[in-house]
Design a binder for this molecule. Sequence first.
Ligand code: ADP
Ligand code: MG
Length: 350
Amino acid sequence: MQGLEIANLTKSFGSNTVVSDVSLHIEQGKFVCFLGPSGCGKTTLMRIIAGLEEPTTGDVLFDGRNITSLPTYQRNFGMVFQALALFPHLNVAENVGYSLRFRTMDKRHKADRIDELLRLVDLPGTQTRRVDQLSGGQRQRIAIARALAQEPLLFLMDEPLSALDAKLRDHMQVELKQLQRRLKITTIFVTHDQREAMTIADEIVVMANGRVQQVGSPIDIYRRPANRFVADFIGQSNLAEGILLDRTHVQLDGRTIEVRSAPSQLAIGQKVTVCVRPEGTLLSRTEMSKDLPTAKVTFVRDVGSTVEVHLDRAGQQMLSFMSPAAWDLLSGQDELAVSFAPGAATVLED
Ligand code: ADP
Ligand code: MG
């Protein structure tokens, strides 16, 4: 199989299992994010892929070849970590060219390559600058150029932007994504920031407690969270308990609502949790929709571009996002009717 394959990987430190039976296939050319809260095992999984840590059980394969015991330096993977390891006593060109130092490459060719890499990360002409004279964002880009110099088969980044301020981080996310698209290099990017993962990933691997919770495109994971953890960790959501009537219907509050195809392990007739995102939670005037359940408005946050309406439905908190224009028609009402947009309700696995 092309790309990276992780098969039934487990890693324990003593009695503490931090990566638990992880299996994944990362396709050639994809930009994949490992996303999860601090301590969930992202770095450990990344270090195993890099060959810096040995798994307790399980295998790592690259392009079909088992590399579980292959030393790091023989893998030809590029790495950028949160704590940068640029050499402060070397200038920019010497840092970027570091991995080329033993290559049989003439001086001219090597200089051209460094030139090309610096243009790639948008820092042309900085060859002779000292790295301690560069800003945080510039240093981060030098570290990326250095990792790319060896033309890695796989590009691994562990929270590479977390030390940067918010504005620069936003900018670098877009730059990294565009760079990866141009180079088409298979990339794994670790982050605990869901917004960052949503921005840059083709595919997100959501992790918690050493286990993979869900794998999918950002929009898939947002719209169809697999379980409570994902629904909670990524974005905001309204959860409600109901009874599964059939694969596409749930009884909620004595009413039948349509849901996306429920997970097959759930039995008809059992209690299930339905998740609806705030923008799929629709509000209307009670006199216009007499047969709908109602909720009390408890707080309205109008941030200009969207309006967040907080509600109380029989003691349960709910949240609805709407456009200012739609809200204009409803403001002043204490009580509103609640419904779900078609296709907005998902049944969770747990
Ligand atoms: P993340 O990157 O998601 O924050 P880590 O992979 O760094 O998580 O850590 C997962 C867990 O493994 C943590 O509880 C951490 O303390 C533990 N851990 C990581 N490395 C070691 C180690 N070398 N020895 C013992 N425990 C470790
Ligand atoms: Mg980490």
